[in-house]
Design a protein around this ligand. Structure first.
Ligand SMILES: [Zn+2]
Length: 441
């Protein structure tokens, strides 16, 4: 058993620190002291230098930074597989929104978020950006399970169980933010849902509050061609131009999806330091289009990865998402060199940290950073032989080979077992929600 207060020495066959890039250390050890990474050095030196540390030996494992899921709606895990293989507006309008209208409340969000957290911890995700109704319930689930993340205050013009108007969303969001602002694990952002569901007035207010509080804005933008064409027909402007006119295009803007981009928009994103969260599997499943990741990266734009919700994915496995991102980019560019395994890993880790404004704290295994760490077991036959462990990680592994997960220095998943979360109890709670969802279908 590992004491969270003592020094822990994790010796591993391979350590991939993410920074410096293109680096694999063999037979090294990572030393964690409380919540912080204290050292990374050859294993023999580490044992001499830290004789009192508790050692965890992982002789067939790859140790790297925990994955950062840059976009999701955790509570919607309760709707995983509920209404698949439908067009986006049929899926939303006839299935997802009606269920949400009947069932979404504080408990739905807290229980659904806990389900998502269990999946994320067990597949190597240590931090997630979330946007959904009842952000207080999302934050409670994060904190109870010692999970790190950015919990957004949602803003949308339609009445729902959380708030009735844009003004009320903003007001309740600010109250929530005030209650959580000292949390070590949870940061906040405003999440105006999208250009087609939020008014100019609300965008202006959100920007004002975000500037004052120095917090980011998280926004679905240019998700589909229809979104862009409808906006041009109604306002004469592409949505990104409207956001620019409203003053939203800045280095604290986190844009989600971005499947529709023209030349001058790359310049606008690059010159303002805007971040992009790419959600390849959700985009594919909903036939939304393709984010031009290769071109974004070549323009110096930070691109991170997100799963979106389990209802449009249907899992929260960041290793699968990362492989999809790498493969999709090769197909789109007809270039097999587009997005290497190392670049894909950076997108799933340090780029996500930068998107969240946490690039100095998490996203890589560097001295002084917070200890968000995962181990992946590469001993199974399908990984052999291991010419390149990072290739095996990105192109062979799935989240099911993640054996250990530490967040903030605390071991939350130990040799495929949760240390804090009660999986049996969680399954029983999810079973109750399953019955309620079936009953109204
Ligand atoms: Zn989304």
């Amino acid at each position: 058993m590992v004491s969270p207060t003592g020094e822990v020495l994790i010796s591993a066959r391979w350590i991939v620190p993410v920074i410096p890039s293109d680096t694999v250390f063999e037979n090294h050890a990572l030393v964690i002291s409380e919540s912080v990474i204290k050292d990374l050095l050859p294993v023999d030196t580490a044992r001499n230098q830290y004789p009192n540390a508790t050692e965890i030996e992982l002789p067939q494992h790859l140790l790297t930074a925990g994955f950062i899921n840059s976009h999701g709606h955790a509570a919607m895990s309760l709707l995983r597989g509920y209404a698949d293989d439908r067009e986006l507006m049929d899926w939303l309008g006839n299935h997802i929104w009606p269920v949400e209208a009947k069932l979404v409340n504080h408990d739905f969000v807290k229980d659904g978020t806990t389900l998502a957290i269990a999946e994320m911890i067990s597949t190597g995700t240590t931090c997630a950006a979330d946007t959904y109704f009842f952000p207080n319930a999302v934050a409670t689930a994060f904190i109870e399970n010692k999970f790190r993340g950015q919990v957004a205050m949602p803003v949308i013009q339609f009445a729902n169980a959380w708030a009735e108007s844009e003004e009320q969303h903003i007001q309740k969001g600010l109250e929530f933010r005030d209650s959580i602002k000292d949390s070590e694990l949870v940061s906040t952002a405003f999440a105006p849902h999208s250009p087609y569901t939020v008014t100019d007035k609300a965008f202006e207010q959100v920007q004002l509050h975000a500037d004052e509080l120095d917090i980011p804005i998280h926004l679905h933008l240019h998700e589909t061609r229809d979104e862009v064409e409808n906006a041009v027909a109604q306002t004469g402007k592409r949505p990104m131009q409207r956001m620019h006119d409203l003053g939203l295009i800045s280095s604290t803007l986190q844009t989600i999806h971005m499947t529709q981009l023209v030349e001058k928009e790359f310049d606008l994103l690059a010159s303002n330091g805007v971040h992009v969260a790419h959600c390849p599997e959700s985009n594919m499943k909903l036939a939304s289009g393709f984010c031009p990741v290769d071109e974004l990266l070549r323009n110096g734009i930070n691109v991170a990865l997100g799963t979106d919700s389990a209802a449009s994915n249907n899992n929260l496995d960041m290793l699968e998402e990362t492989r999809s991102a790498a493969l999709l980019s090769k197909v789109l560019t007809s270039d097999a060199t587009s997005i290497s395994a190392f670049e894909a890993l950076a997108m799933a880790t340090i780029n996500g940290a930068r998107l969240l404004g946490l690039g100095e704290k998490i996203g890589s295994l560097e001295k002084g950073k917070l200890a968000d760490v995962i181990a992946v077991d590469l001993s199974a036959i399908n990984f052999q032989p291991i010419h390149n462990p990072v290739s095996q990680l990105i192109y062979t592994a799935t989240g099911h080979q993640v054996s250990h997960t530490w967040i903030n220095g605390e071991l939350l998943y130990d040799d495929y077992q949760f240390t804090l979360l009660d999986e049996g109890r969680l399954k029983a709670i999810v079973g109750e929600w399953h019955k309620k969802i079936e009953a109204i279908s």
